[in-house]
Design a protein around this ligand. Structure first.
Ligand SMILES: C[S@@+](CC[C@H](N)C(=O)[O-])C[C@H]1O[C@@H](n2cnc3c(N)ncnc32)[C@H](O)[C@@H]1O
Length: 368
């Protein structure tokens, strides 16, 4: 294997890794920027691609910044920390447009991205234990990186790390107003004027402030649509359904997590929602029983929608679909399947996970 070769970075991929070519084969090089010239050694040589590691920066980009985190080199969680936050936002808009251009039947032209704080935005931190120390797993090797703070999480969380028991994993959460903190246990939190009870194993959006804007956007779309019946698929603790609830809508939420659905039922009572009911099951197991919905909201995990779910969305034929996605690759795949039946009315990006490559979107589809 050739070591220490000189290459020029052509562009970045979705994950923020530099792309170059070595002997005609694509090679991904983390911690590089477009046009940089670097020396790399090949650390993996697969059939279709290689992975290179920088051994020397020959010509760096004027856009390169020094990452603010002292763990940047050994943690790997913040894939974009070597570019400014402003450039990160520009990059995310560009890369999502490129992915759509390349792979999606719908033509989109996304102009900007919604964002809030660059740091201290997370309301949750999971620390792993090796019995002696607490830390994060390195993104690639899964080696434990002991940390005393993470720039992405609320300072309220950082301030309690040193006091934690190091002999077991720890989940630390803070309420979105940062008034309450919880270690491995339940928590009361809020989004806008809604309050949410959250058990240890339940899902909750991790961005303290931007979630409210994401949900406001979904609520604005819903108010425009003014549906009678709403299906909230992958509903978590019922947070979206409860957020958009008014006395007119009849909402059904589905999630496969028992803990989520138990919390969702409590949350609908806490927020005086009388028209919401919940089903605890896999969406693909129950979707064929639903008919006559005006609006279906889907907010799946990164894997996107099961083919059976897409087929049933087509069968249900709701006037509108709002698709909340944390993975542009899978939403593009699913949108292509809906292309013959729905028009894409709008798409908005939200930088819910600054300094990492992740990018959230909301797409609204109208029945053709
Ligand atoms: C991205 S979260 C969205 C939760 C919620 N909409 C929110 O905004 O907080 C995805 C949710 O899908 C649930 N989930 C994942 N796969 C599922 C499946 N096959 N069927 C039902 N729920 C699923 C998870 O439990 C999780 O709550």
């Amino acid at each position: 294997m050739v070591i220490n070769m000189k290459v020029k970075i052509e562009r970045l991929d979705y994950y923020g890794k530099g792309i170059t070519h070595v002997d005609g084969k694509v090679c991904f090089v983390p911690n590089t920027l477009e046009d940089e010239e670097v020396e790399i050694k090949i650390v993996e040589d697969k059939k279709k691609y290689m992975i290179g590691k920088v051994t020397n920066y020959i010509k760096t980009s004027e856009k390169r910044i020094k990452p603010k985190c002292k763990y940047y080199d050994i943690c790997g969680g913040c894939n974009l920390a070597h570019m400014s936050f402003e450039d990160e936002n520009i990059f995310k808009v560009k890369i999502v447009n490129e992915l759509f251009e390349h792979s999606c039947k719908y033509k989109v032209n996304i102009k900007d991205i919604n964002y809030d704080d660059e740091f201290n935005y997370r309301n949750k931190l999971v620390l792993h234990s090796d019995w002696k120390q607490l830390g994060l797993y390195n993104d690639n090797s899964h080696d434990l990186v002991e940390i005393d703070k993470c720039l992405l999480v609320s300072n309220k969380i950082n301030n309690c790390i040193s006091d934690l028991d190091k002999t077991k994993d720890q989940i630390i959460r803070v309420s979105n107003d940062e008034k309450e903190i919880s270690i491995n246990d339940k928590l009361m939190t809020s989004i806008g004027d809604k309050i949410y009870y959250l058990s240890k194993d339940s899902f909750f959006q991790i961005n303290k402030t931007l979630t409210e804007k994401l949900y406001n956007c979904i609520r604005d779309y819903s108010n425009e649509i003014n549906p009678l019946k709403v299906l909230d698929l992958f509903c978590g603790i019922g947070s979206i359904g409860i957020y958009i609830d008014n006395d007119r809508y009849k909402i059904t939420g589905v999630d496969y997590s028992k803990s989520n659905i138990e919390d969702a039922k409590k949350n609908s009572k806490l927020n005086n929602c009388n028209n919401i009911s919940f089903i605890c099951d896999r969406v693909e197991n129950v979707i064929d029983q639903f008919n006559d919905y005006d609006l279906v909201i889907v907010d799946p995990p990164r894997a996107g929608l099961h083919k059976k779910v897409v087929d049933n969305l087509i069968r249900i034929n709701s006037k509108y679909i709002i698709y909340v996605s944390c993975n542009p690759h899978t939403i593009i795949r699913d949108l292509n399947l809906l292309y013959d039946y729905y028009d894409l009315k709008d798409i908005k990006l939200f930088n819910m996970f600054p300094r990492t490559y992740h990018c959230e979107s909301i797409t609204i589809l109208e029945r053709r």
